[in-house]
Design a protein around this ligand. Structure first.
Ligand code: CMP
Length: 139
């Protein structure tokens, strides 16, 4: 089915001027960027977004990283977009990411792993709604 997923191009990607290169991989994979904006996440936004990881040892460092520089938030649309984007991103740890994936190509570490993508339809809906109003998504 035609799905939408939420994507973030993280600070390590914006800092290295890689947003176009990553969007090229996304579009060549058949995903359509139906919403996109560059934002500097506030601490509150990052803590809410990663709320599920609040108890993890890396939480504070993750929030600091995500708020240290701008990110690009996006909505991607396509057939099975959630699973498709996870394939295109590659494993969370770039050391385990397959050839040709965004994280294999660009990520620096398990934290500075260049991109985020939703893991399920329910989280996609919540994540999209945190950053985009309905009329900002143009399919
Ligand atoms: P993401 O897919 O956005 O979901 C949670 C993020 O936490 C993850 O990508 C990484 O940026 C970060 N992360 C996950 N595991 C670790 C870890 N072991 N150490 C530091 N950061 C991590």
């Amino acid at each position: 089915a035609l799905e939408r997923t939420f994507s973030i191009l993280k600070p390590d990607a914006t800092e290295r001027n890689l947003t176009g290169a990553i969007n090229d991989v996304i579009e060549k994979a058949g995903l359509r960027i139906v919403a996109q904006k560059r934002v500097r996440m506030t601490r509150e936004q990052a803590e809410t977004f990663y709320g599920v990881h609040r108890e993890r040892p890396f939480f504070a460092e993750l929030v600091a990283f995500m708020t240290a520089a701008p990110v690009v938030v996006q909505v991607l649309e396509g057939e099975g977009a959630i699973a498709r984007y996870r394939e295109v991103m590659g494993a969370t740890n770039p050391a385990n990411a397959a050839e040709g994936t965004i994280r294999k190509l660009f990520a620096r570490s398990v934290q500075e792993n260049s991109v985020h993508g939703s893991d399920a339809p329910e989280t996609a809906q919540v994540e999209i709604a945190q950053f985009f109003a309905g009329n900002e998504i143009v399919g």
